[in-house]
Design a protein around this ligand. Structure first.
Ligand SMILES: Cc1cc2nc3c(=O)[nH]c(=O)nc-3n(C[C@H](O)[C@H](O)[C@H](O)COP(=O)(O)OP(=O)(O)OC[C@H]3O[C@@H](n4cnc5c(N)ncnc54)[C@H](O)[C@@H]3O)c2cc1C
Length: 281
């Protein structure tokens, strides 16, 4: 339970962090809250030569409004997102999701950026980030780039983030209150066995559904969205569409739930999340 030897750097600006990432390449790892990285190091599943602690970079945990969108710094903790008045007003789905993560200690330490880059298949934020069509902003020696949530997650615990890249902010559109997150979780950790984030746009008659915990990576339930496009969201129509929630994915099986049970939960939680969002509209 003792990590391999590593050195430690504490940049105070994004540029300094990028310079360190450039210098050390894949030998370096960004340290956010350390909630996933440190246990992985203790188990020697990760053996970085250098840890680049981004916790002292000013402004990286800022939550603000810019150009009509909500901008969340990568180091914003789950607790900061849960308690943000701006999030509650302009994008309540994120606050709802943050409140369901782990326990108070986890929420005080874990960061949205760490959660997204770590890409645990049971992490909660990815469901909301996908449903919201968020943009993730990455900095590297080549400059910065924006990646749509739909293109961010590649496989289990794998994203498009390169070894010399730093996720520095996540931007989401302002959304009305017609959104809900419903999850069935592992009781010990809180990680999702199946978490569904649904956003209902009553005017456009569209529904966006993000699912986490069910497959090796989070996904948009596009079959459900297509089945409901332009339709009245009656309980029967929603239930029929929600039955398609695991279409085209290979549900995971582990000691917590079989693939069949995860697929079942995907349908049930999708129905519940959409109807809950409809009820708020
Ligand atoms: C007991 C326990 C229970 C938990 N329960 C839940 C739960 O119910 N739901 C849930 O969603 N999560 C849960 N988590 C996960 C937790 O909330 C954190 O989000 C997650 O562990 C990531 O931690 P961190 O933010 O400290 O990132 P770290 O552990 O510091 O980093 C994680 C990975 O991301 C990389 N990284 C971090 N930030 C950046 C960045 N800005 N740019 C590039 N790379 C970066 C690191 O190099 C590392 O590889 C739980 C964790 C624990 C320990």
């Amino acid at each position: 339970m003792i990590p391999a030897t590593f050195s430690y750097a504490r940049p105070t600006t994004i540029d300094e962090a990028i310079a360190l990432l450039t210098k050390h390449g894949s030998g370096a790892k960004v340290l956010a809250g350390g909630h996933s990285l440190l246990p992985a190091m203790k188990l020697r599943l990760a053996q970085p030569e250098v840890l680049i602690d981004i916790g002292r970079i000013a402004g990286l945990n800022t939550i603000a409004e810019r150009d009509g969108r909500v901008v969340i710094g990568t180091m914003a903790t789950h607790a900061e997102i849960e308690s943000s008045a701006l999030v509650a007003r302009a994008c309540p789905l994120l606050g709802q999701v943050a409140a369901r993560i782990g326990d108070a200690q986890v929420r005080n330490r874990g960061t949205i950026g760490g959660s997204l880059v770590h890409a645990d298949p049971g992490a909660d934020f990815p469901a909301a980030i996908l449903a919201l069509d968020a943009e993730l902003r990455l900095a590297s020696p080549r400059g910065s780039r924006s990646v749509k949530a739909a293109a961010f997650f590649e496989a289990m615990m794998q994203t498009v983030v390169q070894p010399d890249e730093l996720l520095f902010e996540i931007t989401v559109p302002k959304t009305a209150t017609s959104a809900a997150y419903v999850k069935s979780e592992q009781k010990a950790s809180g990680f999702a066995i199946c978490g569904v984030a649904a956003i209902v746009d009553a005017q456009a008659k569209t529904v966006a559904v993000g699912v986490t915990g069910v497959a090796s990576k989070p996904y948009r339930a596009t079959a459900v969205e297509a089945a409901l496009r332009g339709r009245a969201l009656t309980p029967d129509a929603v239930a029929a569409a929600a039955a398609l929630a695991a279409n085209g994915v290979e549900p995971l099986g582990d000691i917590h739930a079989s693939p069949e049970y995860r697929a079942h939960l995907a349908a049930v939680n999708t129905k519940r999340a959409i109807l809950k969002a409809v009820a708020q509209g």
